[in-house]
Ligand binder design. Structure first.
Ligand SMILES: [Zn+2]
Length: 330
């Protein structure tokens, strides 16, 4: 048995960022949208660094205009995830891209996404939960609108709030209002930090937004006291090694701190972030982690159990997930 055959739990995936390039090209053709500059000669997403990546991401997202487009996108993304053995995934969904922050429009997009998720679950057994994502560089006012959309649709499908976007735009505390609103609505909280910002950014997300998970968080490794705090408090990191290497945060897989964080007792999980942008898949991540750090089936089983325990889902779903993971390890 290879580590890629294991059932997998993914906690950090941006729905638009997971769009297969062929899907975006097909949609652009249908709609007559010009995507010059989005793809390279091989047909892959083309960008030079993280900030250019955000621009290309937003340009590709331009073709996704209707609830139906997002429904089709959800099916395409979940098909790819299921093909990689993912049994449960949490996707970041942005009201900014789904109806421009308008609550009525957001509900229509959400309806289409949920319907696609139900169809994917019936076909492939994969479960999807949605985490509403304010985009940090769009500013605190838009984040409030996103949080309102999240609060108004919180339930069995929308289970969390998690901010993404440019970590260098503003401070976590600027977004406290949005996170407070989501917390009061019963949503679970995560935030991108410790990717382009250093350890201080992780501390601020924990102190000012009171999140229970951190998106990336890997640069905590630069501060031993913070690493200790993460381990002691059981903060779960949504680590996306292939994304970090593709964007040049670390030169090589060998340089990536995921193993050092794990050895220090930090709860790490593995996700793909925006897989086609970073030429990765869950299977590719597992292969590289096994090659680079010698992780075996037992290591991945532990990581998937950590992810299942930290998943933003109801207890019935969690129990079923853990059962499926344990059955695979017997
Ligand atoms: Zn991300």
């Amino acid at each position: 048995m290879s580590v890629t055959d294991l059932p997998k739990v993914e906690l950090h995936l941006h729905i638009e960022g997971a769009a297969p390039p062929a899907f975006i090209r097909g949609l652009a053709q249908e709609k007559g949208v010009n995507l010059t500059g989005v793809f390279d000669e091989q047909g892959n997403y083309a960008f030079t660094d993280f900030w250019h990546f955000l621009k290309v991401y937003e340009a590709a997202t331009e073709v996704l205009k209707t609830p139906e487009d997002f429904g089709r996108l959800t099916r395409a993304v979940l098909e790819e995830s299921a093909a990689n053995g993912v049994i449960y995934t949490e996707a970041f969904l942005s009201p900014d891209f789904c109806g421009g922050g308008d609550l009525g429009a957001w509900k229509e997009y959400l309806h289409a996404i949920e319907e696609a998720a139900r169809a994917a679950e019936a076909a492939d057994g994969i479960i999807l939960k949605g985490i509403v994502t304010p985009v940090r560089h769009f500013g605190p006012e838009k984040a409030k609108k996103s949080a309102l959309c999240a609060a108004e649709t919180a339930g069995s499908f929308i289970t969390g709030l998690g901010m993404g976007g440019d970590e260098k735009a503003g401070k976590p505390g600027d977004f406290a209002y949005a996170f407070d609103m989501a917390r009061e609505a019963g949503l679970r909280l995560t935030c991108h930090a410790g990717e382009w910002g250093g350890p201080e950014s992780v501390r601020q997300a924990l102190d000012d937004l009171r999140v229970e998970r951190i998106g990336h968080g890997v640069r905590a490794i630069e501060d031993p006291a913070l690493v200790e705090r993460l381990a002691e408090d059981g903060i779960v990191l949504e680590v996306c090694p292939g994304s970090n290497v593709a964007l040049g945060l670390y030169k090589t897989w060998q340089d990536h701190p995921v193993e050092r964080l794990r050895e220090a007792g930090v709860k790490v999980t593995v996700s793909t972030d925006d897989p086609p942008f970073f030429h990765t898949t869950m299977n590719h991540e597992y292969d590289r982690l096994a090659d680079t750090f010698g992780w075996d089936e037992g290591s991945f089983a532990e990581i998937n159990l950590t992810a299942a325990r930290a998943a933003f889902c109801d207890e019935e779903t969690r129990a079923a997930l853990i059962k499926r993971l344990e059955a695979a390890n017997d």
